[in-house]
Write a protein that binds this ligand. Structure first.
Ligand code: URA
Length: 285
């Protein structure tokens, strides 16, 4: 039996114990998942998958392969899902794994939105405004993200928004400015994001900027090259695009159009209606 199999079992046990601790007494489970737990298959060599667009509906993989693809194959009742999410949230809110960040933060910025969202946006890390308010993407870049979401015909509270890092990267000795999370900080914090995604199970992920791509896919390819090209994160189609902060720095129509084209592709993937007006946003003349 493989390490991956044992890690999966440990994760399942930990998850069930945390549900039990919260008073959940029954969890409906697909019998196929139980069968798969009893019969581990040879794990796929890596999490990397073909980088082609995937259908929105997740393919019905064989139980064993789906288990190794992601523990997310556990299907929870709405009550168990809400309890698991609340448990995850309280663990993240109390996290002190990065002592320096726990000491400097005002708030842990866990995430916001609909835990049943079909669309999830992932950013880098909270800035000063987010740290202050305890909510992701509420500063200038966040207001632009909210506008983008609304232009897609959605409401901010219909999607889910989270970051790779749940604490603001500290900037000792500086009164303003942000810094990129370090690889160690990202590695320490990313399990919370993986768990959020596993529970929410969005149909589409949008990675906002290079750090989000790096955190989710482990790729350090420049965002300029990657944006607009569908990627796959644990069977979920992932669209890399520019971080909205980039648009604040570069207001050229051509750059706005690039992000917008990425969002049109996301809307198509989700089967959202697209008007002629929406199709033509940010086109010249
Ligand atoms: N930038 C991010 O990446 N995330 C936020 O929450 C705010 C700004």
């Amino acid at each position: 039996m493989t390490d991956a199999y044992h890690q999966l079992l440990d994760a399942a046990i930990q998850h069930l114990e945390s549900l039990k601790a919260r008073g959940v007494r029954s969890v409906p489970i697909d019998p196929a998942n139980l069968t798969a737990l009893a019969r581990p298959a040879t794990p796929s060599p890596s999490r990397s998958r073909p980088e082609s667009p995937a259908p929105v509906a997740r393919p019905a993989a064989s139980p064993a392969t789906s288990l190794f693809a992601a523990p997310s194959s556990l299907v929870l009742s709405p009550e168990a899902k809400a309890a698991a999410f609340a448990d995850l949230r309280s663990r993240a809110m109390a996290c002190v794994k990065c002592t320096h960040l726990a000491n400097s933060r005002k708030n842990v910025v866990f995430g916001v939105g609909n835990i049943d969202a079909t669309l999830m946006f992932v950013g880098e890390a909270p800035g000063a405004d987010e740290d202050q308010q305890g909510e992701p993407f509420v500063g200038k870049a966040g207001q632009l993200l909210t506008k983008i979401i609304q232009t897609m015909g959605l409401k901010r509270n219909e999607v889910y928004i989270a970051n790779v890092l749940k604490c603001r990267p500290d900037t000792p000795g500086q009164s303003a400015g942000n810094r990129k999370p370090t690889p160690e900080e990202m590695q320490t914090c990313i399990p919370y994001l993986h768990e959020q995604i596993d529970l929410i199970k969005p149909q589409v992920l949008v990675a906002l900027g290079a750090t989000a791509v790096e955190g989710l896919l482990g790729k350090t390819v420049g965002i300029t090259r990657l944006r607009g090209n569908w990627q796959i994160y644990r069977n979920i189609p992932l669209m890399p695009t520019y971080h909205p902060a980039y648009l604040l720095r570069n207001q050229a129509l051509s750059e706005k159009r690039k992000i917008w084209e990425d969002m049109l592709a996301v809307m198509e993937k989700l089967g959202l209606p697209i008007s002629e007006k929406q199709r033509n946003f940010f086109l010249k003349g």
